[in-house]
Design a protein around this ligand. Structure first.
Ligand code: NAP
Ligand code: HSE
Length: 451
């Protein structure tokens, strides 16, 4: 055992100190699906890109099936189904995890780290849940874990938060970080289509997975905003504390009302301080009424955008393709190049701009303490005094109304749409529970937060 450790140590030191300039950097890539294939294609087309690409060798690629047709040419001795052998191979310098899922990805990443290999990953699910374990192991082993592709696909956002914006005090990070749901909401808005019809189209076009749960229920966006929050607010985020609501309940009726009121509905991931002394951090995902003149309102289709508000920078918006082979490969490759540059510069001192520098967990404020505006749609019996009763009940809980609209009917039922001023969510929910129990109220089909 000691001999094996000494062997790894000597290889590690050799690569860092002695032979770096003359030896190619060997990649062990786990996964050759959408992102893996895009990455291999990009790394193989060395001409006219970055000179450091000449220093890279695609040494091993791990897959599940050896018989599946592949869109890239790789020699048969490069492709293997033995992924453990890749992460344990002393010749591999960088492990590039592009397989997705929790296991075996987590174990393979940890094994690579323990073998003192740098890691690049696009896996937001594993990083948002096991980031603490992975980064602690990486810091102990003196290696880097790079994750640019895990959030926003091709959009550079992880390195900008870690480097370019690092001296700023971040007040808020909010964004459209899931392309599938933005595509669905955009089509519902522009065509007046129903959620189920557009989802079926998104699946047919390959945007949404056969099991669309992670996208549609806001879980993928939850993983991504948890990662962004940990970078921007300098503390680990317990993924279970991130409140996630998806878009299944958003209807074309609400999209139409929102438009009349001057809003578009977007699924936003939001991480923000709720108070001036920065003691309360809210991290959440939910469909949101966004004012039509807000920078995020015009981000349509499968595109993503992340708006960062910091001091002294003010607002910065990062916009681009949030998914897809080429775009995501661009982000993966930038991480690979950063590591190759590090390996080639013969330094064995950790670069504090690349390491994870925090160990504590940020305290996340429960959603009931959020102060926000609400849009709510009620179906009520067409009786005199209903709006008055709504106003009185809201007033009893300190909920002040910004607008009340009654324009339509659904059958015999009157449709009333209310937008509140800022209110503590817990108080608003108590008022709603009381209103729900009123004899004149049939149902409350929609409750959405307003930016
Ligand atoms: P994918 O198309 O499903 O590809 C997964 C690859 O991993 C396949 O090549 C598969 O092998 C291999 N694989 C999976 N489980 C394996 C196992 N247990 N053993 C051996 N090989 C295994 O996935 P993807 O869309 O490229 O996504 C990869 C990662 O990138 C995920 O973490 C995803 O969240 C992230 N990401 C994706 C996008 C995107 O646009 N797709 C954007 C940003 C981030 P076979 O080919 O043999 O089946
Ligand atoms: N399913 C994700 C999306 C892929 O739709 O944005 C990129 O992470």
């Amino acid at each position: 055992m000691l001999c094996l450790q000494l062997f790894y140590c000597s290889i590690f030191l050799y690569k860092f100190i002695v032979g770096a300039k003359s030896v190619t950097v060997k990649l062990g890539i786990l996964g050759l699906g959408t992102v893996g294939t895009g990455t291999v294609q990009l790394l193989q087309e060395k001409v006219g890109r970055h000179p450091l690409l000449q220093e890279i060798e695609i040494y091993r690629v791990g897959v599940r099936s050896l018989t599946k047709p592949r869109a890239v040419e790789l020699s048969p001795d490069v492709i293997t189904t033995d992924l453990e052998a890749i992460v344990n191979d002393p010749a591999v310098d960088i492990v590039v995890e592009l397989m997705g899922g929790i296991e075996p990805a987590r174990t393979l990443i940890l094994t690579a780290i323990n073998n003192r290999k740098h890691v690049v990953t696009a896996n937001k699910a594993v990083i948002s849940r096991f980031g603490a374990e992975i980064f602690t192991a990486a810091n102990q082993a003196g290696v880097y874990v790079m994750l640019e592709a895990a959030v926003g696909g091709g959009i550079p956002v992880v390195q900008p938060l870690k480097q370019s914006l690092s001296v700023n005090r971040i007040n808020a990070i909010m964004g459209i970080v899931n392309g599938t749901t933005n595509y669905i909401l955009t089509r519902m808005q522009t065509e007046g289509s129903d959620f189920d019809d557009v989802l079926a189209d998104a699946q047919r076009l390959g945007y949404a997975e056969a099991d669309p749960t992670a996208d549609v229920d806001g879980l993928d966006a939850g993983d991504k905003i948890a990662i962004l929050a940990s970078l921007g607010f300098d503390g680990r985020i317990n993924r279970e504390d991130v409140h996630c609501e998806g878009i299944r309940k958003v209807t074309k009726t609400d999209i139409t009302y929102a438009a009349k009121l001057g809003f578009v509905i977007k699924l936003l991931g939001i991480a923000q301080h709720l108070d001036t002394d920065n003691s309360q951090l809210s991290v959440r995902v939910h469909p949101t009424l966004v004012p039509q003149n807000h920078p995020l309102a015009s981000i349509n289709g499968v595109y993503n955008a992340i708006l960062v508000e910091g001091e002294p920078i003010g607002q910065v918006m990062l916009f681009g393709p949030g998914a897809g082979a080429g775009a995501t490969a661009s982000a993966v490759s930038s991480d690979i190049l950063s590591l190759v540059a590090t390996l080639k510069t013969n330094t064995n001192k950790p670069n504090p701009l690349l390491t994870c520098r925090h160990q504590h967990y940020s305290q996340i404020t429960p959603i009931s303490e959020l102060v926000t505006r609400f849009y709510t749609r009620f179906l009520s019996k067409d009786q005199a005094g209903v709006i008055g009763k709504l106003g009185t009940c809201f007033g009893n809980y300190g909920v002040s109304l910004e607008s009340v609209v009654q324009t339509g009917f659904q059958g015999e039922l009157a449709e009333i749409v209310v937008v509140t001023h800022d209110v503590r969510e817990g108080d608003f929910r108590q008022a709603l529970a009381e209103i729900q129990a009123m004899e004149s109220i049939d149902s409350i089909p929609s409750v959405l937060r307003v930016l």
